[in-house]
Design a protein around this ligand. Sequence first.
Ligand code: NAD
Length: 255
Amino acid sequence: MTTLQNKTALVTGASRGIGRATAVALAEAGAHVLVHYGRSKQEAESLVVEIQKKGGRADAISADLGTPDGASLLAKQVRSTFGDRLDVLVLNAGISKAARIADHTVAEFDSLFATNVRSPFFLVQQLLPVLGEGSSIVAISSLGAREVVGKPGLENASILAYASTKGALETLVKNWAAILGPSGIRVNAVAPGIIDTDMSNFTKTEVGREVALGMQALKRIGKPEDVADVVAFLASDGARWITGASIPVDGGSKL
Ligand code: NAD
Protein backbone atom coordinates (compact mmCIF):
# COMPACT_ATOMS: atom_id res chain seq x y z
CA MET A 1 0.00 0.00 0.00
CA THR A 2 1.44 3.35 -1.09
CA THR A 3 1.54 5.83 1.74
CA LEU A 4 2.50 9.47 1.71
CA GLN A 5 1.05 10.43 5.11
CA ASN A 6 2.36 13.82 6.29
CA LYS A 7 4.26 14.35 3.04
CA THR A 8 4.12 17.52 0.94
CA ALA A 9 3.80 17.39 -2.85
CA LEU A 10 3.75 19.72 -5.83
CA VAL A 11 2.26 18.60 -9.15
CA THR A 12 2.75 21.00 -12.06
CA GLY A 13 -0.02 21.28 -14.63
CA ALA A 14 -2.46 19.54 -12.31
CA SER A 15 -5.75 21.06 -13.45
CA ARG A 16 -6.43 18.27 -15.95
CA GLY A 17 -5.18 15.07 -17.56
CA ILE A 18 -2.25 13.13 -16.08
CA GLY A 19 -1.42 15.93 -13.62
CA ARG A 20 -4.94 15.97 -12.22
CA ALA A 21 -5.02 12.16 -11.78
CA THR A 22 -1.59 12.34 -10.13
CA ALA A 23 -2.70 15.04 -7.67
CA VAL A 24 -5.69 12.85 -6.74
CA ALA A 25 -3.50 9.74 -6.31
CA LEU A 26 -0.97 11.58 -4.11
CA ALA A 27 -3.74 13.12 -2.00
CA GLU A 28 -5.43 9.72 -1.60
CA ALA A 29 -2.09 8.34 -0.38
CA GLY A 30 -2.13 11.05 2.30
CA ALA A 31 0.03 13.86 0.87
CA HIS A 32 -0.77 17.57 1.15
CA VAL A 33 -0.84 18.47 -2.54
CA LEU A 34 -0.17 21.79 -4.25
CA VAL A 35 -2.25 21.77 -7.44
CA HIS A 36 -0.32 23.99 -9.85
CA TYR A 37 -2.08 25.45 -12.88
CA GLY A 38 -1.27 27.88 -15.69
CA ARG A 39 -4.57 29.42 -16.74
CA SER A 40 -7.26 26.97 -15.60
CA LYS A 41 -8.06 28.52 -12.20
CA GLN A 42 -11.59 27.15 -12.04
CA GLU A 43 -10.58 23.55 -12.81
CA ALA A 44 -7.70 23.70 -10.31
CA GLU A 45 -9.94 25.09 -7.57
CA SER A 46 -12.63 22.49 -8.24
CA LEU A 47 -9.98 19.75 -7.94
CA VAL A 48 -8.89 21.20 -4.59
CA VAL A 49 -12.51 21.07 -3.37
CA GLU A 50 -12.87 17.48 -4.68
CA ILE A 51 -9.74 16.40 -2.76
CA GLN A 52 -10.84 18.22 0.41
CA LYS A 53 -14.33 16.65 0.27
CA LYS A 54 -12.68 13.22 0.39
CA GLY A 55 -10.76 14.29 3.50
CA GLY A 56 -7.50 15.15 1.71
CA ARG A 57 -5.37 18.29 1.82
CA ALA A 58 -4.77 20.49 -1.23
CA ASP A 59 -4.22 24.09 -2.34
CA ALA A 60 -4.12 25.64 -5.81
CA ILE A 61 -1.25 27.83 -7.02
CA SER A 62 -0.62 29.42 -10.38
CA ALA A 63 2.38 30.29 -12.56
CA ASP A 64 2.98 30.40 -16.30
CA LEU A 65 5.84 27.94 -16.82
CA GLY A 66 6.39 29.10 -20.39
CA THR A 67 7.88 32.41 -19.17
CA PRO A 68 11.54 32.86 -18.10
CA ASP A 69 10.66 33.61 -14.46
CA GLY A 70 7.71 31.17 -14.20
CA ALA A 71 9.68 28.46 -12.40
CA SER A 72 11.17 30.80 -9.80
CA LEU A 73 7.80 32.45 -9.14
CA LEU A 74 6.26 29.01 -8.60
CA ALA A 75 9.12 27.91 -6.33
CA LYS A 76 8.62 31.03 -4.18
CA GLN A 77 4.94 30.17 -3.69
CA VAL A 78 5.79 26.57 -2.84
CA ARG A 79 8.33 27.66 -0.23
CA SER A 80 5.93 30.13 1.32
CA THR A 81 3.21 27.44 1.60
CA PHE A 82 5.28 24.47 2.78
CA GLY A 83 8.19 26.22 4.53
CA ASP A 84 11.36 24.20 4.47
CA ARG A 85 10.26 20.82 3.14
CA LEU A 86 9.01 19.45 -0.19
CA ASP A 87 8.81 15.64 -0.26
CA VAL A 88 7.42 15.03 -3.76
CA LEU A 89 7.91 17.08 -6.91
CA VAL A 90 6.07 15.95 -10.04
CA LEU A 91 7.27 17.71 -13.20
CA ASN A 92 4.19 17.14 -15.33
CA ALA A 93 3.25 20.40 -17.11
CA GLY A 94 3.99 20.15 -20.79
CA ILE A 95 2.92 21.05 -24.29
CA SER A 96 3.05 19.13 -27.54
CA LYS A 97 3.12 19.94 -31.23
CA ALA A 98 2.53 17.70 -34.23
CA ALA A 99 3.52 19.08 -37.66
CA ARG A 100 5.44 18.21 -40.81
CA ILE A 101 9.16 19.05 -40.49
CA ALA A 102 8.63 21.92 -42.95
CA ASP A 103 5.88 23.44 -40.82
CA HIS A 104 7.69 23.67 -37.48
CA THR A 105 8.46 27.30 -36.54
CA VAL A 106 11.23 28.75 -34.36
CA ALA A 107 8.65 30.26 -32.00
CA GLU A 108 6.89 26.92 -31.47
CA PHE A 109 10.20 25.11 -31.04
CA ASP A 110 11.33 27.62 -28.40
CA SER A 111 8.00 27.41 -26.64
CA LEU A 112 8.23 23.58 -26.47
CA PHE A 113 11.69 23.76 -24.91
CA ALA A 114 10.74 26.62 -22.57
CA THR A 115 7.83 24.71 -21.06
CA ASN A 116 9.04 21.11 -21.25
CA VAL A 117 12.76 21.52 -20.45
CA ARG A 118 13.67 24.99 -19.15
CA SER A 119 10.87 25.15 -16.59
CA PRO A 120 11.64 21.73 -14.98
CA PHE A 121 15.37 22.61 -14.99
CA PHE A 122 14.89 25.86 -13.09
CA LEU A 123 12.09 24.55 -10.89
CA VAL A 124 14.43 21.89 -9.53
CA GLN A 125 17.18 24.52 -9.15
CA GLN A 126 14.89 26.87 -7.24
CA LEU A 127 13.40 24.14 -5.05
CA LEU A 128 16.73 22.58 -4.04
CA PRO A 129 16.74 24.36 -0.67
CA VAL A 130 13.49 22.57 0.32
CA LEU A 131 14.30 19.14 -1.13
CA GLY A 132 16.26 16.76 1.08
CA GLU A 133 16.82 13.22 2.39
CA GLY A 134 13.82 11.13 1.28
CA SER A 135 12.47 13.61 -1.30
CA SER A 136 11.40 12.20 -4.66
CA ILE A 137 11.24 13.94 -8.03
CA VAL A 138 9.22 12.36 -10.84
CA ALA A 139 9.35 13.81 -14.36
CA ILE A 140 6.68 12.95 -16.91
CA SER A 141 8.59 12.01 -20.04
CA SER A 142 7.13 10.16 -23.03
CA LEU A 143 7.45 7.02 -25.11
CA GLY A 144 8.60 9.50 -27.78
CA ALA A 145 11.87 10.14 -25.91
CA ARG A 146 13.14 6.73 -27.03
CA GLU A 147 10.90 5.54 -29.87
CA VAL A 148 9.73 7.14 -33.10
CA VAL A 149 5.97 7.39 -32.74
CA GLY A 150 3.65 7.70 -35.75
CA LYS A 151 4.33 7.01 -39.40
CA PRO A 152 7.65 8.56 -40.50
CA GLY A 153 7.53 10.58 -43.75
CA LEU A 154 8.15 14.11 -44.95
CA GLU A 155 4.46 14.59 -45.70
CA ASN A 156 3.31 13.24 -42.33
CA ALA A 157 2.89 15.24 -39.15
CA SER A 158 5.52 14.28 -36.60
CA ILE A 159 6.17 15.10 -32.94
CA LEU A 160 9.97 15.15 -33.38
CA ALA A 161 10.55 18.52 -31.68
CA TYR A 162 8.30 17.55 -28.75
CA ALA A 163 10.00 14.14 -28.57
CA SER A 164 13.40 15.83 -28.34
CA THR A 165 12.22 17.87 -25.33
CA LYS A 166 11.42 14.58 -23.59
CA GLY A 167 14.84 13.18 -24.55
CA ALA A 168 16.39 16.26 -22.93
CA LEU A 169 14.19 15.79 -19.85
CA GLU A 170 15.34 12.17 -19.46
CA THR A 171 18.97 13.33 -19.72
CA LEU A 172 18.27 15.80 -16.93
CA VAL A 173 16.67 13.03 -14.85
CA LYS A 174 19.86 10.92 -15.05
CA ASN A 175 22.07 13.89 -14.19
CA TRP A 176 19.83 15.04 -11.33
CA ALA A 177 19.73 11.47 -9.98
CA ALA A 178 23.54 11.30 -9.96
CA ILE A 179 24.02 14.78 -8.49
CA LEU A 180 21.24 14.64 -5.88
CA GLY A 181 21.60 10.96 -4.87
CA PRO A 182 24.24 11.68 -2.22
CA SER A 183 21.72 14.09 -0.62
CA GLY A 184 19.15 11.25 -0.42
CA ILE A 185 16.97 12.68 -3.19
CA ARG A 186 15.65 10.22 -5.79
CA VAL A 187 14.84 11.32 -9.35
CA ASN A 188 12.98 9.21 -11.89
CA ALA A 189 10.95 9.56 -15.07
CA VAL A 190 7.81 7.84 -16.21
CA ALA A 191 7.40 7.52 -19.96
CA PRO A 192 3.73 7.23 -20.87
CA GLY A 193 2.58 5.91 -24.22
CA ILE A 194 -0.67 7.26 -25.61
CA ILE A 195 -2.92 8.39 -22.78
CA ASP A 196 -6.48 9.63 -23.12
CA THR A 197 -6.12 13.38 -22.36
CA ASP A 198 -6.60 16.69 -24.21
CA MET A 199 -3.04 16.31 -25.53
CA SER A 200 -3.89 13.14 -27.45
CA ASN A 201 -7.22 14.11 -28.96
CA PHE A 202 -6.45 12.06 -32.07
CA THR A 203 -7.30 8.88 -30.13
CA LYS A 204 -10.93 10.03 -30.23
CA THR A 205 -11.01 9.31 -33.98
CA GLU A 206 -11.29 5.73 -35.28
CA VAL A 207 -8.00 6.06 -37.24
CA GLY A 208 -6.15 7.49 -34.23
CA ARG A 209 -7.47 4.73 -32.01
CA GLU A 210 -6.33 2.08 -34.48
CA VAL A 211 -2.82 3.58 -34.69
CA ALA A 212 -2.55 3.58 -30.89
CA LEU A 213 -3.89 0.06 -30.39
CA GLY A 214 -1.81 -1.23 -33.31
CA MET A 215 1.47 -0.47 -31.54
CA GLN A 216 0.42 -1.66 -28.07
CA ALA A 217 0.43 -5.18 -26.57
CA LEU A 218 -2.48 -4.26 -24.28
CA LYS A 219 -5.51 -3.37 -26.37
CA ARG A 220 -7.06 -0.30 -24.80
CA ILE A 221 -6.19 3.40 -24.63
CA GLY A 222 -4.24 4.30 -21.48
CA LYS A 223 -5.92 6.43 -18.83
CA PRO A 224 -4.38 9.22 -16.73
CA GLU A 225 -4.84 7.01 -13.65
CA ASP A 226 -2.61 4.32 -15.22
CA VAL A 227 0.25 6.85 -15.08
CA ALA A 228 -0.74 8.44 -11.76
CA ASP A 229 -0.50 5.13 -9.87
CA VAL A 230 3.09 4.63 -11.05
CA VAL A 231 4.02 8.20 -10.11
CA ALA A 232 2.54 7.66 -6.63
CA PHE A 233 4.60 4.47 -6.29
CA LEU A 234 7.83 6.20 -7.38
CA ALA A 235 7.11 8.97 -4.88
CA SER A 236 6.68 6.47 -2.05
CA ASP A 237 9.15 4.63 0.16
CA GLY A 238 8.31 1.45 -1.77
CA ALA A 239 10.53 2.84 -4.54
CA ARG A 240 13.35 3.78 -2.15
CA TRP A 241 16.01 1.90 -4.18
CA ILE A 242 14.96 3.28 -7.59
CA THR A 243 16.66 6.37 -8.95
CA GLY A 244 17.79 7.55 -12.37
CA ALA A 245 15.23 5.27 -14.05
CA SER A 246 12.67 5.87 -16.76
CA ILE A 247 9.68 3.58 -16.36
CA PRO A 248 7.59 2.93 -19.49
CA VAL A 249 3.85 3.19 -18.75
CA ASP A 250 2.57 2.41 -22.22
CA GLY A 251 0.63 -0.87 -22.30
CA GLY A 252 3.62 -2.52 -23.96
CA SER A 253 4.09 -0.12 -26.88
CA LYS A 254 6.45 -0.93 -29.76
CA LEU A 255 7.67 -4.19 -28.20
P1 NAD B 1 -2.78 18.05 -20.92
O1 NAD B 1 -2.64 18.97 -22.06
O2 NAD B 1 -4.13 17.64 -20.49
O3 NAD B 1 -2.01 18.61 -19.64
C1 NAD B 1 -0.89 19.43 -19.71
C2 NAD B 1 -0.88 20.31 -18.47
O4 NAD B 1 0.27 21.18 -18.52
C3 NAD B 1 -2.12 21.18 -18.38
O5 NAD B 1 -2.60 21.21 -17.06
C4 NAD B 1 -1.59 22.55 -18.80
O6 NAD B 1 -2.30 23.63 -18.23
C5 NAD B 1 -0.16 22.50 -18.25
N1 NAD B 1 0.67 23.49 -18.91
C6 NAD B 1 1.04 23.53 -20.21
N2 NAD B 1 1.75 24.66 -20.46
C7 NAD B 1 1.84 25.33 -19.28
C8 NAD B 1 2.44 26.56 -18.89
N3 NAD B 1 3.10 27.36 -19.77
N4 NAD B 1 2.33 26.94 -17.60
C9 NAD B 1 1.67 26.19 -16.71
N5 NAD B 1 1.08 25.02 -17.02
C10 NAD B 1 1.17 24.60 -18.29
O7 NAD B 1 -1.96 16.76 -21.33
P2 NAD B 1 -1.45 15.49 -20.48
O8 NAD B 1 -1.49 14.36 -21.42
O9 NAD B 1 -2.12 15.38 -19.18
O10 NAD B 1 0.09 15.89 -20.29
C11 NAD B 1 0.77 15.80 -19.05
C12 NAD B 1 2.21 15.40 -19.31
O11 NAD B 1 2.23 14.07 -19.84
C13 NAD B 1 2.95 16.28 -20.32
O12 NAD B 1 4.27 16.51 -19.88
C14 NAD B 1 2.95 15.42 -21.57
O13 NAD B 1 4.02 15.74 -22.42
C15 NAD B 1 3.06 14.03 -20.98
N6 NAD B 1 2.65 12.93 -21.86
C16 NAD B 1 1.37 12.83 -22.31
C17 NAD B 1 1.03 11.78 -23.14
C18 NAD B 1 -0.37 11.58 -23.69
O14 NAD B 1 -0.57 10.73 -24.57
N7 NAD B 1 -1.37 12.31 -23.24
C19 NAD B 1 1.99 10.83 -23.51
C20 NAD B 1 3.29 10.97 -23.03
C21 NAD B 1 3.60 12.02 -22.20
